[in-house]
Design a protein around this ligand. Structure first.
Ligand code: TYM
Length: 325
């Protein structure tokens, strides 16, 4: 039996090259070696208010981008989190074994709590639902960007805690980061992670951005005052652009960019990004043009994973002594 892979994306904001280079690209590359499940996590999205009409649209857009990025629905399951009730059910059961202090320590929780006057309980519970996503399918590999590492550690801690309280139930999942691109930074501020929720025209490159917009954003990206690329001592802005280019095109090496003037270097980076995104955008247009196609894929995904989810929920209930039929 092939090992199982699980990962997810929130259907909020505009998917960007950080999401692609940190996660989706890696998924497409490894999917054939595993039994893979890729999930659109709409229950996570509503931990902060989403306009209902926009969320509905974003869920489909995210599914289309999974396909466009190379997820093959004949190999992998693409599914929506809320379509399988086991996610919410297992999240509750795991909540009951989660020490509150573990959740209050999460850096993403602390950052979000600090930024808002009042904070919903869903933000605190967010990592428990994420643990439920992974443990529900007994996934042993979780390909994500670096910002999810702490949540993955919590998932393992929870699995271990549950196993020691109620007996061996969960597989221990490993975090799989991409070799290059695990943490793409904002173009406008290379000390901040590129993020879907950060607004500002020059912050992120959207997966559906036009070539002209990409050129403009990269041309304006924050760098430093050096005359050209010093490969032994790159400032954060140049290092980030180099990472982006290298992750898009393995032909971009330190030797190739050494000493390049920033203007030329940025052109090379923009070319690499545009070339990488072109087939993705083409495929996106194809999969969204075909009426009913996305629904068929999502329904197939749901049908494939539902029995796996039901089996885990049954085992967990039984282990805890909860009523099962
Ligand atoms: P989300 O939607 O914020 O991001 C989706 C994926 O993109 C990666 N990523 C990045 N990688 C590199 N550089 C960046 N700047 C960057 N920004 C985002 C993320 O690491 C992620 O892999 N909590 C998750 C969704 C989730 C999930 C799960 C993931 C829910 N359940 C179970 C894995 C397993 C999230 O908000 O990702």
């Amino acid at each position: 039996m092939k090992a199982r892979v699980f990962s997810g994306v929130q259907p909020t904001g505009q998917l960007h090259i950080g999401n692609y280079l940190g996660a989706l690209k890696n998924w497409a590359e490894i999917q054939a070696n595993y039994e893979s499940i890729f999930c659109i996590v709409d229950l996570h999205a509503v931990t902060t208010y989403q306009k209902p009409e926009e969320l509905r649209t974003k869920i489909r857009e995210t599914a289309a981008l999974f396909l466009a990025a190379g997820i093959d629905p004949d190999i992998s399951s693409i599914m929506v989190q809320s379509a399988v009730s086991g996610h919410a059910e297992l999240a509750w059961l795991l909540t009951c074994v989660t020490p509150l202090g573990w959740l209050e320590r999460m850096t993403q929780f602390k950052a979000k709590a600090a930024a808002q006057e009042t904070i919903g309980d869903g933000i605190l519970q967010y990592p428990v639902l994420m643990a439920a996503d992974i443990l529900l399918y007994q996934a042993s590999i979780v390909p994500v960007g670096e910002d999810q590492s702490q949540h993955l550690e919590l998932t393992r801690d929870l699995a271990q805690r549950f196993n020691s309280m109620y007996g061996e139930t969960f597989v221990m999942p490993a975090t799989k980061l991409p070799a290059v691109g695990a943490r793409i930074m904002g173009l406008d501020d290379p000390t901040q992670k590129m993020s879907k929720s950060t607004t500002g025209a020059g912050h992120a490159i959207g997966l559906l951005d036009e070539p002209k917009a990409i050129q403009k954003k990269i041309a304006r990206a924050t760098t430093d005052s050096n005359p050209g690329v010093d490969v032994e001592n790159m400032g954060p802005g140049i290092a980030n652009l180099f990472t982006i280019a290298q992750a898009c095109d393995t032909g971009v090496t330190k030797e190739r960019v050494a000493g390049m003037r920033y203007g030329d270097f940025k052109k090379l980076v923009a070319d690499a990004v545009i070339a990488r995104l072109e087939p993705i955008q083409k495929r996106y247009r194809e999969v969204t043009a075909e009426p009913g196609y996305l629904d068929t894929i999502l329904e197939r995904g749901r049908q494939h994973v539902t029995p796996l989810a039901e089996e885990t929920v049954r085992r967990v209930k039984q282990a805890m002594g909860i009523y099962t039929r």
